[in-house]
Ligand binder design. Structure first.
Ligand code: MG
Length: 161
């Protein structure tokens, strides 16, 4: 049996006024931000769900319940670091991460490298193992209308223990 484990993650958050826009641990200047219990970093949440899935840890809702005041306003990079710790406990090493942000605006191209570096630092891996990309949905649906953002992520883990 192979020691490779694939995982997929998906997340959505609503865009509202009066919130910071944080994606991949980068604060991006924008007129609105994502609504959520934590910092609502939708991209990082999709990555955490993919990692949790691959390691059979369930999902981030189970790991970090949004009813727990300990996670109110928390940086998702801290949660990602905790997922990384749990992965190591399970004997799982990250092979690579590929994440896609679905957003009509703003353009996040200039921040992609920093996002990859932030995620890599939280997981104690090399930024070369993390790929971040973004697409619009051509004005269609809730991302196209700008009422929310979504993110998908796939990861590959290797079970080393
Ligand atoms: Mg979320």
């Amino acid at each position: 049996m192979t020691n490779l484990r694939i995982g997929h993650g998906y997340d959505v958050h609503q865009l509202v006024e009066g919130r910071k826009l944080i994606l991949g641990g980068v604060e991006i200047p924008w007129e609105r931000g994502l609504l959520g219990h934590s910092d609502a970093d939708v991209l990082t949440h999709a990555v955490m769900d993919a990692l949790s899935g691959a390691a059979r840890l369930g999902d981030i809702g189970r790991l970090f319940p949004d009813t727990d005041p300990a996670y109110a306003g928390i940086s998702s990079m801290k949660l990602l670091a905790e997922v990384g710790r749990l992965l190591k406990e399970q004997g799982c090493a990250v092979v690579n991460i590929d994440a896609t942000l679905l957003a009509q605006a703003p353009k996040v191209g200039p921040y992609r490298q920093k996002m990859a570096e932030n995620m890599a630092a939280a997981l104690d891996i090399d930024p070369e193992q993390v790929n971040i990309k973004a697409t619009t949905e051509e004005g269609l649906g809730f991302t196209g209308e700008g009422t929310g953002m979504a993110a998908h992520a796939v990861v590959l883990l290797e079970k080393t223990a």
